[in-house]
Design a protein around this ligand. Structure first.
Ligand SMILES: *Cc1c(COP(=O)(O)O)cnc(C)c1O
Length: 352
């Protein structure tokens, strides 16, 4: 039978209620891409892979958790779902709710959501509401409304989101035959780092696949877990991780500590430089998705990273570059215009 999505492949390994009714867009099973050229550039004698989560149906890893959260809500008889979002959760919730025929309501911080994400949420038919406030404000609103109204919350506070997101760790172990030595990933609301750690531990307990060290990476203007306190006005170009009060912050710190890894911050300049560098190797990701690798590059440069030859490093690239086209096009001049004449083209290509 062909691939049928993460619930079909990994359902028995997930802690979900019996009433769950699969709602899928065949998410998961994303490519693990070897990056030997980038590893060389970073000066490391290691094997580097990108887990390209931008290849999920709505363009981000959120689909792994959303298929499970929506399947549970749908099977449990919910009629409506709600979330706060920096964009990708909104698009994903909208798509899976549409698939199940549920009402989807999404709250986003006004003016801080990348074009491709907002367009997705609207295209899939969600009721999109902008909040004159931050993601953190929107999250506390949806938590409260889901307690007052019969509306299912599908943010990563919903435990079924994490159950679904564990499957990315399973896939990495299944492809490599064991866990990598290091896993690098961006950290925003901290659901994903928590889910990966749960997934790797579960596989280690049941299949002895080993455990990675985890390098969680925040943006410097939005780094509550590095600063050790909430950030009231988070700012970064990496809008997907522009979060000042991570809902799973404690668990993220625990994952870093238990794995003998760490959580660090990198600047927006480092993030954008890594986005460019990755694209130069054929993988275009949205800014937040470059943060994990930017953190790896930073650690290697500082000489604080102890890697022995042949070790494997997996960087999670959480969302597709198409989500945030403006970040690329706004800083460049429009491509030149030529008359429709091949002689002119030939002269231009020859540098005349
Ligand atoms: C949601 C998201 C993140 C952050 O994940 P958390 O689970 O909130 O830490 C990072 N990158 C992208 C592209 C995202 O959509």
């Amino acid at each position: 039978m062909s691939y049928q999505g993460v619930l079909d492949r990994y359902g028995p390994l997930l802690d979900i209620p019996a009433h769950t009714k699969p709602v899928t867009l065949l998410e998961g099973n994303t490519p693990l891409i070897a990056m030997p050229g980038l590893a060389d550039e970073l000066g490391g004698d290691f094997e580097l892979y990108v887990k390209f989560e931008g290849m999920n149906p709505t363009g981000s890893f959120k689909d792994r958790g959303m298929t499970v959260a929506i399947s549970e809500a749908y099977g449990g008889g919910s009629q409506a779902v709600i979330c706060a979002s920096t964009g990708n959760t909104a698009a994903s919730a909208a798509a899976y709710a549409a698939r199940a025929g549920l009402r989807a309501i999404v709250l986003i911080p006004q003016g801080k959501v990348a074009a491709g994400k907002l367009a997705g949420a609207i295209a899939y038919g969600a009721e999109v509401i902008q909040i004159d406030g931050s993601f953190d404000d929107a999250l506390s609103m949806v938590v409260e409304i889901s307690q007052r109204q019969p509306i299912a919350l599908v943010n990563s506070l919903n435990p079924y989101r994490l159950e679904g997101q564990k499957t990315a760790a399973f896939e990495i172990c299944d492809v490599l035959g064991q866990a990598p030595d290091w896993l690098c990933l961006p950290v925003g609301n901290a659901g994903n780092i928590t889910a990966y750690w749960m997934g790797f531990r579960q596989y280690e307990q049941t299949r002895s696949t080993g455990l990675p060290h985890i390098l969680g990476v925040q943006a410097a203007g939005s780094a509550p877990l590095v600063l050790g306190r909430p950030v009231d006005h988070p700012e970064t170009v990496a809008t997907a991780i522009r979060i000042g009060r991570p809902a799973r912050g404690e668990q993220a710190l625990q994952a870093a500590e238990e794995s003998h890894g760490r959580i660090i911050a990198v600047s927006d300049e480092q993030i954008l430089a890594m986005q460019k560098r990755l694209a130069a190797h054929g993988v275009w990701v949205e800014p937040a998705s470059a943060a994990g690798l930017a953190g790896l590059a930073h650690e290697l440069q500082q000489g604080t990273f102890k890697i022995t030859p042949g070790q494997r490093i997996v960087a999670v690239c959480t969302g597709h570059g198409l989500k945030d086209p403006d970040i690329i096009t706004r800083s460049m001049a429009a491509p030149r215009v030529l008359p429709a004449k091949v002689d002119v083209l030939e002269a231009v290509l020859a540098g005349k």
